[in-house]
Design a binder for this molecule. Sequence first.
Ligand SMILES: NC(=O)c1ccc[n+]([C@@H]2O[C@H](COP(=O)([O-])OP(=O)(O)OC[C@H]3O[C@@H](n4cnc5c(N)ncnc54)[C@H](O)[C@@H]3O)[C@@H](O)[C@H]2O)c1
Length: 322
Amino acid sequence: MKIVITGGCGFLGVGIARKLMQRPDMDSLVLFDAKVPDVVPDGLDGRVTMVDGDISDRDQVAALIDRDDIGAFHLASVVSAGGEKDFDLAMRVNFDGGRNILDALRTRNGTPRIVFASSLAAFGGPDMPEAVTDMTRLLPQTTYGMTKAIGELMINEYTRKGFLDGRAVRLPTVIIRPGAPNAAASGFASGVFREPLSGVEYVLPVAMDTRMMVIGARNAIAGLIGLMDADGDALGADRVVNLPNNAYAVTEMIAALERVAAEKGIALGPITLSPDPATEAIVKSWPLAMQDSRARTLGLPKDDSLEAIIREYIEDFIEGGL
Ligand SMILES: NC(=O)c1ccc[n+]([C@@H]2O[C@H](COP(=O)([O-])OP(=O)(O)OC[C@H]3O[C@@H](n4cnc5c(N)ncnc54)[C@H](O)[C@@H]3O)[C@@H](O)[C@H]2O)c1
């Protein structure tokens, strides 16, 4: 089987790729990305090819989908703050690019599976309940969220028509992103751990009482792969699932970080506050809590605690050197 991961050289793409290495039935894994690194990331083997390209290029995307025993994770995206800065780019990459991968899969026999990474940013609006459910109406307040909502509708529609077997996850903020931040407004929920753990100052762009729904990287990756493997009949006509999550205020994040640092003898860099109105406006448009009962019924895993997520990051990326 061949798997294509669009945006495959990003945070979640590489994480999914590392996990897929354990599958003996997968003989080819393509990481398609606009920014391909010089060397193949650690933990990947000779079945992996990195392809440099743009998801909005229809021909390039069609060329990736060159056999019938194929599946895809569609992660390539302009992210939240990036979409607010450049509407046309977000439409080209997120909307046109999304259609390109779906249309390419549609040409194959055997209704290939695709998992699309949507976001909590698909929700929004003044009438949004404090805790959204899988069925809450989508009224996104960012260009990014709007393109994710359209992506979800396309996944359901291409599945209904029998063109492919689509699935989509609404991801809460995935923590802790290693390395450099991307243009997501949620980046503080990783930076507030990552920079102090490396002994570096972190300048927090949101108020201390800001709450954020999060999932640890290991469980986000397990959720994306778990949805790929899920029985289509169990999903029914609505192929979109809120991933498991927990919500924490920044103060709780810092307290958990201090506890884990003390336990591991890590000297933390300082955290200072410099709120950025543009970041705060985007974050405030998102829901405060997201029910995840559907994901739990499907067996997708949920984090035990914030401390566990921090320990996993230390194991994987600081001690493990990924
Ligand atoms: N990480 C999170 O907290 C989170 C939360 C909600 C939703 N998501 C969604 O999950 C997906 C993956 O997130 P991530 O954290 O790995 O993001 P990321 O920014 O690390 O990776 C996205 C990748 O897409 C690539 N890309 C961007 N434009 C492209 C284009 N035109 N053509 C091809 N590739 C392109 C980027 O180069 C990048 O490597 C995204 O769709 C994102 O919107 C992530």
